[in-house]
Design a protein around this ligand. Structure first.
Ligand SMILES: NC(=O)c1ccc[n+]([C@@H]2O[C@H](COP(=O)([O-])OP(=O)(O)OC[C@H]3O[C@@H](n4cnc5c(N)ncnc54)[C@H](OP(=O)(O)O)[C@@H]3O)[C@@H](O)[C@H]2O)c1
Length: 291
């Protein structure tokens, strides 16, 4: 910009500041629709409940086309009804698929490929838990948690890589857990799967940067979802959780979905390989800071 133009812009800005009433100067501007995800295409696993549903809603609100799955066809139909009511004309596709199985992942891949040869965003959200002391795990339980939480993420990332690469600039967001960052009473196997997801995030970031694919991981502490509500209905345990959380409350799905959408879109274009906790300060709390 020539020096005169920048001087003129500065002078005009100062004039506006002087002329506008103080209230209009202080109030923040109305939020504009983010171009970061408008018209982009996303696959979100496990979109009917909890965090996945929050992510589907957030991405649709940004003008993104979303394909999601769960194992329960009736819940998918209900999700479609609810989202079309809230966002008339939105682009939402659903497919019943169990991503813990090769057949379920193949069904999701087929549905995504049929919609487009390109994919901008993959959110690996599906995860579950069987909480027990380490000595109590049966091999079949270990296998089930590895399949649902970790191998679904690895194999879907592999399967959808050609579509993500074809998009030119794309992003994977994995939904991990603070259980993969520090030690909490989730049981060893859940913690193992989430810790491994963090390492997968870093490795894929390094391997796939050249393909234009960014990879990040968000790690929630307790979030108000069906999965967490089961655990938090124990009032004594819930009090202990809140006591250890500097912000003194559990999180809401929207608070995770906002970060997922940010990482998914172009506003995060130089962020890759990161593992970010959404935890009200939980992972920064030392032993003495009970609330
Ligand atoms: N909520 C928390 O406090 C919290 C904290 C840390 C991390 N996380 C992580 O956040 C993610 C979501 O948790 P959430 O609390 O939102 O769970 P949730 O409330 O239980 O919802 C899980 C969603 O995934 C679907 N799903 C589960 N297993 C599936 C499978 N094998 N194939 C396809 N869909 C499947 C469920 O539908 P169907 O059952 O009908 O298939 C549902 O839509 C998980 O990775 C979890 O580990 C949650």
């Amino acid at each position: 910009m020539p020096p005169f133009a920048s001087f003129a812009t500065l002078a005009l800005s100062l004039l506006l500041l002087l002329l506008l009433p103080p209230s209009s100067v202080q109030s923040s501007p109305a939020p504009l629709p983010s171009p970061s995800l408008l018209g982009r295409r996303a696959v979100v696993t496990g979109g009917t409940k909890g965090i996945g549903r929050g992510v589907v809603r957030e991405l649709l609100s940004c003008g993104c086309a979303v394909l999601t799955c769960s194992r329960t066809a009736a819940d998918l139909a209900e999700l479609e009804r609810d989202m079309h009511k809230e966002f008339p004309g939105c682009d939402l596709g659903t497919v019943p698929a169990d991503v813990a199985t090769p057949a379920g992942r193949a069904a999701l891949l087929a549905a995504a490929s049929e919609l487009s040869p390109q994919l901008d965003v993959l959110v690996n959200n599906v995860g579950t838990n069987i909480r027990k002391p380490t000595l109590g795990y049966e091999p079949a339980e270990v296998r089930a948690l590895l399949d649902a939480n970790l191998l679904s993420c690895l194999h879907l990332s592999q399967a959808l890589h050609p579509l993500l690469k074809a998009a030119g600039r794309s992003s994977i967001v994995n939904v991990g857990s603070v259980a993969g960052v520090t030690c909490i009473k989730t049981g060893a196997v859940y913690a193992m799967t989430k810790a491994a997801m963090n390492q997968l995030t870093g490795t894929l970031c390094c391997e796939w940067a050249a393909d234009g694919v960014r990879v990040n991981c968000v790690c929630p502490w307790y979030i108000n979802t069906p999965l967490a509500r089961q655990v938090l209905k124990n009032r004594k345990y819930k009090k202990r959780v809140l006591d250890r959380t500097p912000m003194g409350r559990v999180g809401e799905v929207e608070e995770v979905a906002a970060l997922v959408a940010f990482l998914a879109g172009d506003r995060a274009s130089y962020i890759s390989g990161q593992v970010i906790s959404v935890d009200g300060g939980f992972t920064r709390n030392g032993a003495l800071y009970d609330q």
